[in-house]
Design a protein around this ligand. Structure first.
Ligand SMILES: Nc1ncnc2c1ncn2[C@@H]1O[C@H](COP(=O)(O)OP(=O)(O)OP(=O)(O)O)[C@@H](O)[C@H]1O
Ligand SMILES: [Mg+2]
Length: 196
């Protein structure tokens, strides 16, 4: 649910602000960030944060001093490693969609993190694949009532976001201005939630 999508956009926008940024792709089976990075380099886009595939969290954390920000893109399934990954982070972004099928697992992940001792203010949800304002509002309410923060705005469900990412772009670099503004709002809100 949009983990890699948001990781890319956060990395690109942080790099645009002048920080050195690395993306750690923790999904060795998929390696989708590495593929995207190759596409991005091929398309001559900048900034292009470094992307590396890591077989383990430990391996990724060994590179923590090499950039101002390390964006950890978690593997496809939330499992026991999720807590370990989250403990290593200053901010944990939990993407969530509009359906209860997406919202319940997202809140469950957040609960498992707080239960493991991660403070609630280090967790933030972000809405993606939303079709209507009413869906966004209902999803936001669901998450807030569960006790978690939600980033401003949302990524609507749009093929243009896939098209952009298919050519090495981030969702904040999509050509349609309204979609770009929507993505920028979410990503900026996530960046603003980062501790100093
Ligand atoms: N708001 C959106 N609108 C349309 N397509 C989207 C949106 N967000 C993500 N996608 C697409 O959905 C697919 C899955 O998204 P993404 O790779 O970001 O999810 P993920 O959480 O990293 O998945 P995985 O658990 O497999 O790693 C991608 O093809 C992506 O382009
Ligand atoms: Mg992914």
């Amino acid at each position: 649910m949009s983990k890699s999508t948001l990781s890319r956009a956060i990395a690109v926008e942080l790099a645009r602000s002048g920080l050195s940024v690395r993306v750690a792709d923790l999904d060795v089976l998929q390696g989708s960030q590495v593929d995207w990075h190759r596409d991005r380099l091929g398309a001559g886009l900048s900034p292009t944060p470094a992307v590396q595939l890591h077989p383990s969290l430990e391996d990724a954390l060994a590179h923590i001093g090499e950039a101002d920000v390390l964006v950890l893109d978690g593997p496809a399934r939330a499992d026991k490693e999720t807590v370990a990954i989250a403990k290593a982070c200053d901010l944990v972004v939990v993407p969530a969609g509009a359906s209860l099928d997406d919202l319940r697992p997202a809140v469950r992940v957040a609960h498992s993190l707080t239960k493991a001792g991660i403070p609630g203010d280090r967790i933030i949800c972000a809405l993606s694949r939303i079709s209507t304002e009413a869906e966004a509002e209902a999803a936001r309410t669901f998450i807030v009532e569960a006790g978690y923060r939600v980033a401003s705005g949302y990524l609507p469900e749009r093929a243009s976001y896939r098209v952009a990412q298919n050519s090495g772009r981030a969702v904040t670099e999509v050509s349609a201005p309204t979609l770009r503004i929507a993505a920028e709002k979410v990503v900026q809100s996530l960046i603003d939630a980062l501790p100093e």
